[in-house]
Each structure stands twice: as C-alpha cells, then as structure tokens.
Ligand binder design. Structure first.
Ligand SMILES: Nc1ncnc2c1ncn2[C@@H]1O[C@H](COP(=O)(O)OP(=O)(O)OP(=O)(O)O)[C@@H](O)[C@H]1O
Ligand SMILES: [Mg+2]
Length: 226
C-alpha cells in the first residue's frame, strides 16, 4: 500500500466512491459535488500535501472541469481534482472520491463503481415528479449492474422560503420515508448567491455533509490521523 506523502498510512486501502447524481439537470449536482468534497476534506483532515478527497468529472459537458480550469483556487486544501473519468489506482491514499455526473436517466453509466449515491433534488413540482422515476431507475441499475451501490440520501437544493417550496419539501420527505429501504433526507441547502458563487466556505453545506458522512460511515480526522 502506498504511503501518504507525510508518512501517514491512508485510512482506507481504497477510497469510498460517492456519486452525486440526479434525473434532472440544473439541480445542483456539480455545486454539491464541490461543497461535499470540501466539507469531507475538512472533516477527514486532508491537506494540500496529503489530500483526503478526490473529485472526478464524469459529465461529458465538463462543467466542473471548465470551472476548475478557470478558477483553480476553488479547490480547497485536502481536495484534488482527478483528470479523466476513471478511479485512481488502489492505495492512492484518498479516503473518498466524489463523482460529478451528467443529468438524466441515460447517465447511469457514469455511476459505475459508485458505492454511495446522493441525489440532489429541487423542491419543485417537476423535480418531485421525476424523482420517483429516477429512484426506480437507480434501483433497477443497482439490481442489474451495481449490486454494491447504495442509494444513501436525498439532498433538497436551492430551497426558498415559499409555500410551494415548503410543500414540495414535504413531498420529498414522503418519498424518502416510503422508499424501501427508507432514504435519509439531508438538511436542505437554501438558495444563496454565495453558494452560486462557489464560495466553498459558505456554511450551508456543513449540516447536510455531516449527516451524509455520519450515515455513510465516513470517519473523522481522528481516525485518519492514527
Ligand atoms: N444553493 C444554491 N443557491 C443558489 N444557486 C445555486 C445553488 N446550488 C446551485 N446553484 C446554481 O444553480 C445552477 C445549477 O447548479 P449546478 O451546475 O450545480 O447543477 P447541475 O445539476 O450540476 O447542472 P447540470 O445538470 O447542468 O450538470 C448553477 O448556476 C449553480 O451556481
Ligand atoms: Mg453539473
């Protein structure tokens, strides 16, 4: 097994693979991938010299790649952008790899090797209607192609303080509860200009990321520092 650069052993022989995926476009997949990766690196104690978290762009529209090309400073210490679409080799020293994926039902191929899947969803009528269909497709994909994949959570995104959004959030809550097995509903991310501007220090992803990591069994910095 390869040693991390500062001589510490990586916590995992292979990173956990977390995909951010949704049946719809423009729901915050890329944004969530970046924020969740940043939060994970913070939690896991990753540094620039010894990154804990890798990010892979599996969306052929390459939004994430382009954005990071224009603004490389977006990458927070402890996170590393991995070129290409394939996973890093075993023993790479990372604890977690976050996959950004394209929208739609035809995107299931981008979930290959994913162990955990988080689905961002807009609290809007269209988003809720397509959600159940997408979850069914994911389940079919799991049964037929990826038995190791686990759908872990729904992440409501761009929540506004409107009655409609509150109602759609309740719909999402019901879908999560009735799913078998029931899905975790993460703390919704509000719509904020600061988030849109990819200020990765914005605190709104802290709660959902912590819930996700606790639920997914992604350990903390103390475990990594052993
Ligand atoms: N919480 C938020 N508040 C405000 N704007 C947001 C928030 N989350 C995402 N956005 C904005 O919404 C738009 C869509 O987000 P993003 O690109 O992350 O979605 P996506 O699901 O990856 O889209 P695509 O399907 O095209 O890949 C972007 O302009 C992004 O900056
Ligand atoms: Mg995207």
């Amino acid at each position: 097994m390869m040693l991390a650069l500062d001589g510490r052993r990586p916590r995992r022989p292979n990173p956990l693979i977390l995909a951010i995926a949704a049946g719809k476009g423009g729901v915050g997949k890329t944004t969530s991938a970046l924020y969740i990766a940043a939060q994970a690196a913070r939690l896991l104690g990753g540094t620039a010299a010894d990154p804990a978290v890798g990010i892979i762009d599996r969306d052929e529209s390459r939004n994430l790649t382009r954005r990071l090309g224009l603004e490389p400073d977006l990458l927070r210490p402890g996170t590393v952008f991995l070129p290409g679409v394939e996973l890093p080799p075993p023993g790479c020293g990372l604890d977690l790899v976050v996959l950004d994926t394209p929208p739609g039902h035809l995107s299931l191929d981008s979930l290959r090797q994913a162990q955990l899947v988080v689905v961002p969803v807009l609290p809007e009528t269209n988003g809720v209607i397509t959600l159940t269909e997408y979850l069914d497709n994911l389940e079919l994909h799991r049964i037929t192609v990826s038995p190791n994949m686990r759908l872990v959570a729904l992440l409501p995104t761009m929540l506004m303080r409107t009655l409609t959004h509150a109602q759609r959030l309740e719909d999402i809550r019901a879908i999560a509860a009735h799913h078998r097995p029931p899905l975790t509903l993460l703390t919704p991310v509000p719509r904020r200009t600061r988030i849109e501007g990819l200020d990765l220090d914005a605190p709104e992803y802290e709660a959902p990321a912590k819930e996700l990591f606790a639920h997914a069994g992604i350990a903390t910095a103390s475990a990594r520092a052993d």
